[in-house]
Design a protein around this ligand. Structure first.
Ligand code: PLP
Length: 435
């Protein structure tokens, strides 16, 4: 499979090169040259396939022959070693819990898949790659854990000092080995700006191969197709007779729009999804765009769902491409709503009090998107629960928080000691990388 840059000003590359580079030389996102739908019978008979088989069918055309089948299957089995349960919260409203992986963030799947692909490529052609990533909380932990101990890969994570929860900080500062954390005196946008500057700095890029591990990287982005298909399988196996012919809607808490864009890719392959809802916080460039047709990136606004504090979502250009850059087509497949912090807190209260369900702020926003849609429509709706609520304790009502049991994955990092290097400006990042 060949990938081209959506800026159309770089040579086409293989899967391997797209993964190793992250971003094309013209700063465009890579996009597959061709997308082949899967046989309709695959989705009709989805309940006869295991999760690993489903994942293999979905991803194989995007990897092509660059990773042998047996190894790709082994990578998938390794990556998907936990559950993705679909929980009925109310009639026709389901939560797809994507947080049962090692760092309890949905990003575990993409990070683990990307790490194992890089590890395979490195075995054939040993070259050192440095993964440089800025995090507002959840990406860092998933990347740190996914890449821990992978030969040929160094990981450097930048995070904003005092702006991530204690658990998140532990997850990205305590692992050691090939993982190093930089604690930046600033906000997430400052971390992101430093990372961008490093990628453009030839005095660094001529000396080392830098790559990204956020959802602009195809190996982090594409495996997210799996979730939507796993949910469909579970729904199909448990269909209520009266719901069988209803529309199927996914509400995706969205920040950089990588996850929802992967859902749209699964739809393109034939997964019968009727509509997507991009549910978000005060960062509402996409809902505004769908209303006004004016796309205007903004600086990010801080909210209690901070993994979605993104003012300029990087994957939106891929979403447009998937809809042939046709606004009407996009509007028919995507609705988008923005919610305030107060609405988010109310939703967490309501879910707990009325449905005995504890959601994190991002999942609660996904739920709000579903409720809003159902005000004037009838459908079966799945919202994605993208992180375990334990990771957002500081913004959860203490009464609800006291009901959350600390999962094993989290217990294991709590006692470990934080190791991070403090920096406050770009020149310090540069010195750190070049030493
Ligand atoms: C990253 C993240 C999101 C947003 O996902 P995108 O793919 O960037 O849209 C939502 N919720 C949580 C908990 C996250 O960590």
């Amino acid at each position: 499979m060949q990938y081209y840059s959506l800026n159309n000003n770089s040579p086409k590359v293989s899967f391997q090169e797209a993964v190793v580079k992250g971003l094309a030389p013209d700063k465009g996102l890579y996009f597959p040259e061709e997308i082949k739908s899967l046989d309709a019978t695959f989705f009709q008979n989805i309940d006869s396939y295991s999760n690993n088989e489903i994942a293999f069918e979905l991803i194989k055309q995007f990897v092509g022959d660059e990773i042998p089948t047996t190894i790709l299957k082994k990578i998938i089995a390794d990556v998907l070693s936990f559950d993705f349960p679909l929980i009925e919260v109310e009639k026709d409203i389901y939560s797809l819990e994507l947080y049962h992986g090692p760092t309890m963030a949905f990003k575990d799947v993409g990070a683990r898949f990307m790490a194992r692909c890089l590890s395979y490529f490195n075995k054939r052609n040993p070259t050192q790659v440095t993964v440089l990533v800025a995090t507002s909380g959840d990406t860092g932990g998933a990347v740190a854990s996914g890449f821990l101990g992978v030969k040929g890969v160094d990981v450097v994570i930048l995070y904003p000092s005092g702006k991530v929860s204690d658990i998140q900080e532990k997850q990205l500062t305590t692992l050691g080995q090939n993982i190093r954390a930089l604690e930046v005196d600033g906000v997430f946008d400052d971390c992101q700006a430093m990372v961008k500057e490093a990628f453009l700095d030839t005095s660094i890029t001529t000396k080392m191969q830098l790559t990204s591990a956020n959802s602009i990287n195809i190996a982090r982005w594409l495996p997210q197709m799996f979730y939507f298909t796993f949910a469909y399988k579970q729904l199909k196996m448990s269909f209520r007779a009266e719901s069988r012919n209803k529309k199927l809607i996914f509400s995706v808490p969205s920040g950089n729009y990588g996850n929802i864009c992967a859902g749209m890719m699964a739809q393109k392959l034939g997964l019968p999804i009727d509509l997507f809802i991009a549910s978000t916080n005060a960062n509402k460039v996409v809902p505004t765009y769908l209303e006004t047709e004016i796309y205007e990136p903004k600086p990010s606004i801080q909210t209690i769902a901070n993994a979605m504090d993104v003012g300029d979502p990087s994957n939106f250009i891929r979403i447009e491409k998937l809809h042939e850059n046709n606004f009407e087509k996009l509007k028919n497949n995507l609705h988008s709503y923005s919610f305030t912090d107060d609405q988010t807190r109310d939703a967490m209260q309501n879910l707990y009090a009325n449905h005995n369900y504890i959601a994190d702020p991002h999942g609660a926003i996904g739920y709000l998107g579903v409720k809003k849609y159902l005000e004037s429509n009838n459908a079966q709706c799945i919202f994605l629960e993208t992180a375990h609520p334990i990771k957002f304790l500081p913004v959860i009502d203490p009464k609800i928080a006291s009901e959350i049991k600390i999962p094993e994955q989290i217990k294991s990092v709590l006692g470990k000691e934080k190791v991070a290097t403090q920096i406050s400006e770009y020149s310090e990042l540069k010195v750190f990388l070049l030493n």
